[in-house]
Design a protein around this ligand. Structure first.
Ligand code: MN
Length: 209
């Protein structure tokens, strides 16, 4: 006898609140660009991930089959979108408030890349050369004890996220088209003035504690 009666997830993904106002990243991102991206695009991934989990819970309650391949591919896409966007908002801050890399973050970046400038150049190249929709992310690998730049296609569909993402840059067109049209390189260049290095460093410190 199948006893599971949960028809809806009790804990749900939620759209995170931003640590700044919708006008506070201008002119890097206009109020319109940031609002649409956060409240429409990111919210859609949150809602879709919850809907898939609800659907799976219902199927279990009814002891019905789940289309494993399609459902799990979609779930990975939606959860990946939610996670990467959450890190993206935390990566950003109002211009002039982000400081410079400090402490362990500075040490690790300089040790691996030779200089902060070299790191920025490689990260920008990863963001600029992502084909179609994707991301540039900085992760920290605990096995090798070093930072690695990765390029994510779409939202890293069906890849197990084995590394904590320290910072992310969204290069889907929806992230910049209102303000930059097709000019992704201009958006990437402007990004460096908005990075909250203290927040990025905090994520690394939490891993190395
Ligand atoms: Mn996005």
């Amino acid at each position: 006898m199948h006893q599971v009666i949960i028809m809806e997830q009790t804990k749900r993904y939620e759209l995170p609140k931003l640590a700044y106002g919708y006008k506070d990243l201008a002119p890097f991102l206009s109020e319109e660009q940031l609002t649409v991206h956060h409240t429409k695009h990111h919210a859609a991934y949150v809602n879709a991930a919850n809907a898939i989990l609800d659907r799976m819970a219902r199927a279990r309650a009814e002891n019905a089959d789940i289309d494993a391949k399609g459902t799990l591919k979609d779930l990975s896409f939606q959860i990946g979108g939610h996670y990467l966007h959450s890190v993206y908002w935390e990566t950003l801050c109002p211009a002039g408030k982000g400081g410079e890399p400090q402490g362990k973050l500075k040490v690790e970046l300089e040790k691996e890349f030779g200089s902060i400038e070299r790191f920025k150049r490689e990260f920008s190249a990863a963001a600029g050369s992502a084909e179609g929709s994707g991301w540039a992310v900085l992760v920290y690998c605990m096995a090798l004890k070093k930072p690695i730049i990765m390029q994510v296609e779409k939202h890293n569909v069906n890849v197990i996220p084995g590394f904590r993402v320290l910072m992310s840059l969204d290069v889907w067109e929806h992230a910049y088209y209102i303000d930059y049209k097709n000019l992704r390189p201009k958006y990437i260049e402007a990004f460096w003035n908005q990075v909250d290095w203290a927040e990025v460093g905090k994520k690394l410190d939490a891993m190395l504690r």
